[in-house]
Write a protein that binds this ligand. Structure first.
Ligand SMILES: COc1cccc([C@H]2O[C@H](CC(=O)N[C@@H](CC(=O)O)C(=O)O)C(=O)N(CC(C)(C)C)c3ccc(Cl)cc32)c1OC
Length: 343
């Protein structure tokens, strides 16, 4: 490809990044030059895979085959995917995926291999969950590993390959996985109503079946006590990943990598504190205020400050744990204390 189309391909990758997530696009642009393109491509390629997984209009066999072949399709110049349903949010990305591929083929093959390997493992994992539900907490952790934990694993390998972080990051799968699980579980809790209205459910049966016979019941006003108890149980499950996330961030040496990793984590602790014991979760999509988000972005500069931010939100969550009718009241208070001491 001549210089013009190569720079056009690069421009389009960033254009898709900006369109899929404006706020996170700003965070990626904070990254050191060496990592910005590989991470931007990783993000956009994962969005492509996510668009296939999310498309409920695709026949199951076609969806499964496409999820499993995506890691090979990203090497095919000119390849595009035009079978997405007309209303799919990022349909346009797949229709013009040839530009992403052109950009992908222009970066260091070491980064290509990391991205392709994670894309393969994630695609197979998503395909596995096309034909099975998230029933147990173990299923829940496995599903979140596939769609989010692997992103953390892949990013750690990109950090190591770039030499901006030590080689030790290429073998930091457990801590990297926890970085993904904390973000993904927070999103799954926050997005309960939005997902429910689209006929999607990620909350594991092993948890919600303690509080209702069908998740639909959690939306009914007269079941608010049960719904809040279930919500708080889900939050407790997510809090368990916080010590690993803090440990991961304590090992980062490069400032731009730290900012890139810390900002989503402080957003997540703020979000999970907001949704904890909050009836609004079953009424509308609860989001932290823009002003608070900006404050957190400015503050999250090193692991000591990030640890202090987490402790402050854990105190807030302990204060909100005031529901005497919540059967988990004591468990929550004990867990918050345990997480605090481990930070
Ligand atoms: C070491 O690991 C990470 C370090 C930094 C950032 C992320 C992680 O943060 C964003 C942050 C982001 O995208 N935030 C959204 C907010 C929102 O989703 O509501 C945004 O700012 O729009 C996020 O959410 N996900 C999506 C997954 C959670 C599925 C991985 C994500 C998707 C692709 C990439 Cl390359 C990275 C991330 C990491 O991934 C674990």
């Amino acid at each position: 490809a001549n210089g013009k189309t190569a720079s056009e391909a690069r421009f389009r990758s960033y254009d898709y990044l900006n369109r899929t997530s404006r706020s996170f696009a700003a965070v990626i642009k904070e990254l050191d030059e060496e990592l910005m393109d590989p991470v931007c491509l990783f993000y956009v390629i994962l969005r492509g895979l996510d668009t296939v997984e999310d498309d409920m209009t695709l026949p199951l066999d076609l969806k499964v085959a496409q999820l499993r072949s995506f890691h090979e399709d990203i090497y095919k110049e000119g390849w595009t995917f035009t079978k997405s349903g007309p209303n799919e949010k990022d349909r346009d990305l797949l229709v013009h995926f040839n530009y992403v591929i052109e950009h992908f083929l222009s970066i260091n093959p070491v980064y290509q291999t990391v991205i392709a390997d994670i894309t393969r493992r994630m695609g197979y994992g998503m395909a596995e969950f096309c034909t099975r539900r998230v029933a147990t907490v173990e299923d829940y952790n496995l599903y979140c590993h596939y769609v989010a934990g692997l992103v953390g694993v892949g990013l750690s390998k990109l950090f190591a390959a770039s030499k901006l972080e030590g080689e030790v990051f290429s073998q930091m799968d457990d801590l990297s996985n926890s970085m993904g699980l904390f973000l993904q579980k927070t999103n799954i809790i926050r997005d309960f109503l939005e997902d429910h209205l689209e006929g999607r459910l990620f909350w594991p049966r092993e948890i919600w079946s303690e509080y209702c016979n069908d998740p639909e019941e959690l939306c009914a006003d007269q079941n608010l006590d049960k719904a809040l108890a279930c919500l708080n149980h889900m939050c407790m499950n997510a809090l368990e990943h916080i010590p690993d996330a803090i440990e991961y961030m304590s090992r980062i040496r490069n400032q731009s990598v730290f900012n890139f990793c810390a900002i989503p984590q402080v957003m997540a602790i703020s979000t999970i504190t907001l949704v904890f014991n909050n009836p609004e979760v079953f009424k509308r999509n609860v989001k932290i205020r823009k002003g608070l988000a900006c404050k957190l972005i400015m503050e999250a500069q090193n692991v000591d400050v990030v640890r202090a931010i987490f402790l402050e939100f854990l105190n807030e969550m302990a204060r909100k744990n005031n529901n005497a009718r919540d059967p988990n009241y004591v468990r929550i208070s004990t867990l918050i204390a345990q997480v605090r001491w481990r930070l």
